[in-house]
Design a protein around this ligand. Structure first.
Ligand code: ATP
Length: 871
């Protein structure tokens, strides 16, 4: 095995048959075929067969099959086959649902794959990390997750965190020189960077030496396999609730069993009945339905540019009470143009001794202290702040490539949002010229004089402050530039040493217009009981102006806090004020964590956006961490639950709306299923008390369960959002499944349904009608009525529009037809123990079953009237 750290860069390039301009696309294709994709093999997924068989591992299902077989052998063979068929059918449906959910999850995982920057045929490209091959030249910068094992060919202040491999959480400094000790442990191979580690600082270029399972990470991949699916809070609550419910149902079934026996029903029949009842009433399908609803919801959200990385986020979005958003790019367009420079009227005047005018130096600084690039078509690529400066330079006739040829960059201190500035060093004859660009107050603090056409003059801080305020008051983002001349390149490139004693050059004011849709989204947030907050590294005045335009800020003097003020407050003091603050300016990324914590301590549910490496802790801590899809670093994406593919604030609000819709639909399904089950349980349990025979036979109970849990349940997941979803307060995350009156609803209607079934049975029995078929059909059709009723807990069905959920209408029609088939097909009658009904009996059954819709409309009407009159 090659010890890559032990050989020279040239040697590594030769062995990998590549060059410093990278591979060409044909070669990449060939190597991709030879080496395979650059990904870790996943733990074998469950095969469809295993998934199918898994459906039968439920304890009650096994008992049911066992009981059916016993019944078939010793009693009525005619009953066993249909029961087993239905159980198998149920398993098929369960399998189909689970398979669908799994596929949707896999598709989501695929979409959230990382991209990596590479150099191929001399061009900078962004490619999916899985397409990197040995020999590729990989570009690394702060925030990247290193996509493959690389031998570094260039390292500029490069530091990586290798905790994933070595357990060391402090960043390791990297270099590109050959190391002569062949036997170094991983952590000491400083000219190598490994797949899965994180670039914390600086930038570099690496030659990919190993990909996929061939990497160091690949070797220990098995240890790192992520747990497949984490349960969402709702799923956990449901699982918990399901266990308690199962116990209650089993107790009820035991009562049904005993009472039946006491009435003299056959033992086997009672055994099958009570077990079927248990199978039907225990909501074992609920967690699967929740997963499917969430996964389908997540799929829909991707189409609206919100990529969900963790499924629970779909559900928790509905509970968000605070959205803390970055300004640049999320609330604004991140399309900047230089609108103003200061002092800007020096063009062409003489600059005394240096021979270069101050204005020229200023423009030179803008262009050289800049990491944006011109691409082959003449377009500008890079950070919008920097491309704006390059474009301005171009307009003044200062072309980056020309001036860089005269003054090549020899060293740099990369930008870092903590320091809020960056410095580049350029050769200038025998000396070195350093340019620094960054936030105004940072540069004024580090400057000792200002360059004008009359040479250096003392720094007029007040004047600079005045101009800055003037520019910021127009909503401009203001950057300052400064320089320092060095006789030679300083040995130690430490910020404190080299970014000091600067000569101030001037200011550039850039416009970054707010996104048009952001103001509307902010208004929607307010309406929905969600407080939007802006967090920015920018100047407080610029932040205030933009926040006003978007109505995040409503003329409240107290509502803007700067990072410095925040740092001075004790956690208690800050917590006391946190709910009044709408704008945070000049904050360092770590302070985002303080903000999240304070809000959470006040009981809020926080969504927080971020894009940089330092945002990761806040993104992880927030209830919903949101990363930027376009400008976000790999690290921020990995730390977050959701990625905004278009970096747009309005997308967050759309996702919240979708989250609320999905959560509401899950609750609707739960209400539907529990209400109907209570109805059936009540009818079967209480029948003996009224001297009535068993209303339903085992096969009928199972059919009821099969028919009603599948189609209508799924169709509910696609229920459109209610009109007022975004004018309700957020869902309390601690709220139980039965909060908001849902428990009373299920119990109340369940009792009514059960009572109606019993009364219907008694009357039909007295009239010598086929009572069992009638009660059976009543309970099936009644479920269709319940599904219609739960579509909204307050809005009338007429207002929602029956046809506004077509899949649901389809599901109801299909269910109705299937039930008619069971009742009227002679071949099915003996299997389901049904008899054809007369038209009058059928009409009576349908009318009674649909009565539930009327009842619920009445109740909703009363509710609306009461609410109306209480206002
Ligand atoms: P936001 O936090 O809203 O995304 P931001 O870009 O202002 O916006 P940071 O990226 O943390 O936040 O930048 C902090 C400050 O650093 C900026 O306000 C600006 O003064 C300065 N700055 C930003 N980008 C550069 C750059 N490329 N070079 C030099 N200074 C910069």
């Amino acid at each position: 095995m090659t010890e890559w750290h032990h050989i020279s860069i040239e040697d590594a390039l030769t062995r990998l048959e590549t060059s410093l301009t990278g591979l060409d696309s044909d070669e990449v294709r060939r190597r991709l075929a030879a080496y395979g994709p650059n990904e870790l093999e996943e733990k074998a997924r469950r095969t469809p067969l295993v998934m199918f068989l898994g459906q039968f591992t439920d304890f009650m299902i096994i008992v049911l099959i066992g009981a059916a077989v016993v019944a078939g052998i010793i009693g009525e063979p005619g009953d066993a086959a249909p029961i087993i068929t239905i159980v198998v059918l149920n398993a098929v449906i369960g399998f189909a649902q689970e398979y669908r959910a799994e596929r949707a999850m896999a598709a989501l995982r695929e979409m959230s794959g990382n991209y990596a920057a590479v150099l191929r045929s001399g061009e900078h490209l962004s490619v999916p990390a899985r397409e990197i091959v040995p020999g590729d030249l990989v570009l690394l910068e702060a925030g990247n997750v290193v996509p493959a094992d690389v031998r570094l060919a260039e390292a500029v202040h490069l530091k990586t965190v290798e905790a994933a491999l070595t357990g060391e959480s402090l960043p390791a400094e990297k270099l590109s020189e050959q190391l002569f000790d062949s036997d170094l442990p991983l952590g000491d191979r400083r000219n190598m960077a490994y797949k899965g580690t994180v670039v914390a600082y600086g930038r570099g270029i690496g030659i990919a030496v190993a990909t996929g399972m061939g990497t160091e990470l690949g070797r220990i991949a098995a240890m790192l396999q992520q747990e497949a699916g984490t349960k969402t809070p709702l799923q956990r609550r449901l699982a918990d609730f399901g266990k308690r419910l199962a116990l209650a149902v089993l107790a009820i079934c035991a009562v049904v069993f005993t009472l039946g026996l006491l009435r003299g029903e056959p033992l086997l029949l009672m055994l099958l009945t009570s077990i079927s009842l248990a199978v039907a009433a225990i909501p074992e399908a609920l967690p699967a339905v929740v997963t499917i609803t969430l996964a389908l919801g997540a799929r829909k959200m991707v189409r609206q540019n919100a990529l969900i990385r963790r499924l629970p986020a779909v559900e928790t979005l509905g509970s968000v009470t605070y959205v803390c958003s970055d300004k640049t790019g999320t609330l604004t367009l991140n399309k900047m143009t230089v609108e103003n420079v200061w002092p800007g009227d020096l063009e062409g005047t003489d600059a005394g001794s240096s021979g270069v005018s101050a204005a020229t130096l200023f423009t030179t600084a803008l262009v050289l202290c800049n990491d944006a690039r011109e691409d082959s078509e003449g377009g500008l690529v890079g950070d919008p702040t920097e491309t704006a400066l390059l474009a301005y330079g171009r307009a003044c006739g200062v072309i980056r490539t020309e001036i860089e040829a005269l003054h090549p960059r020899v060293a740099e201190l990369p930008f870092d949002s903590e320091r809020k500035c960056m410095t580049t060093f350029h050769r200038d004859g025998d000396t070195v010229l350093a340019f620094t660009k960054g936030a105004v107050e940072v540069l004024t603090a580090r400057s000792v004089a200002m360059l004008t056409n009359n040479g250096e003059v003392p720094l007029d801080r007040q004047e600079i402050e005045r101009v800055t305020v003037e520019m910021a008051a127009r909503g401009l983002r203001v950057l300052a530039l400064a320089m320092r001349r060095w006789p030679y390149l300083p040995d130690r490139l430490e910020s404190d040493e080299v970014e000091s004693d600067l000569i101030f050059l001037g200011l550039a004011g850039m416009m970054d217009p707010p996104r048009e849709e952001a103001a509307e989204a902010v208004a929607q947030c307010r309406n929905a009981g969600i407080t939007p907050v802006m967090i920015t590294g920018d100047h407080p005045l610029t932040a205030r102006i933009i926040a006003r335009r978007l109505a995040i800020l409503e003329d409240d003097g107290d509502a803007v806090l700067t990072g410095r003020d925040l740092a001075e407050l004790s956690p208690e003091e800050f917590e006391a004020r946190v709910e009044q603050i709408r704008v945070y300016a000049r904050v360092a990324p770590e302070q985002k964590l303080t903000i999240v914590k304070a809000l959470q301590n006040r009981g809020h549910f926080v969504a927080m956006t971020g894009d940089g490496v330092n945002d990761a802790p806040a993104l992880k801590r927030a209830d919903i961490g949101i990363a930027m899809g376009i400008t976000g670093t790999d690290v921020s994406k990995e730390a977050s639950a959701m990625v905004l593919l278009d970096d747009n604030f309005a997308t967050i609000v759309r996702a919240v709306r979708e989250g609320r819709r999905i959560y509401a639909n899950i609750l609707k399904f739960i209400t539907y299923s529990i209400t109907s089950n209570i109805g059936t349980l009540v009818a079967i349990t209480l029948a003996p008390f009224f001297g009535l025979p068993l209303p339903l036979l085992p096969i009928q109970i199972l059919w009821l369960n099969l028919l009603c849990d599948s189609l209508p349940g799924l169709a509910l997941a696609g229920e459109p959002a209610e009109r007022d979803v975004m004018s309700r307060p957020p869902v309390d995350p601690k709220e139980g499944v039965f909060a908001g009156g849902r428990g009373y609803y299920a119990a109340g209607y369940g009792l009514v349904i059960g009572a109606a079934a019993l009364a219907f049975q008694a009357i039909a029995l007295r009239m010598r009608l086929p009572w069992q078929t009638m009660v059976f059909t009543f309970l099936v059709l009644n479920r269709m009525a319940v599904v219609l009723a739960v579509r909204s807990d307050r809005t009338s069905l007429l207002r929602i529009g029956i046809m506004s959920n077509r899949p649901l209408v389809g599901a109801i029609v299909i269910t109705f037809c299937l039930q008619l088939a069971v009742v009227f097909t002679p071949a099915l009658n003996p299997l389901f123990h049904t008899e054809p009904l007369s038209v009058r009996a059928l009409v009576a059954t349908v009318v009674l079953a649909m009565g539930m819709v009327l009842l619920s409309e009445l109740q909703k009407g009363v509710l609306r009237w009461r609410r109306g009159s209480s206002r």
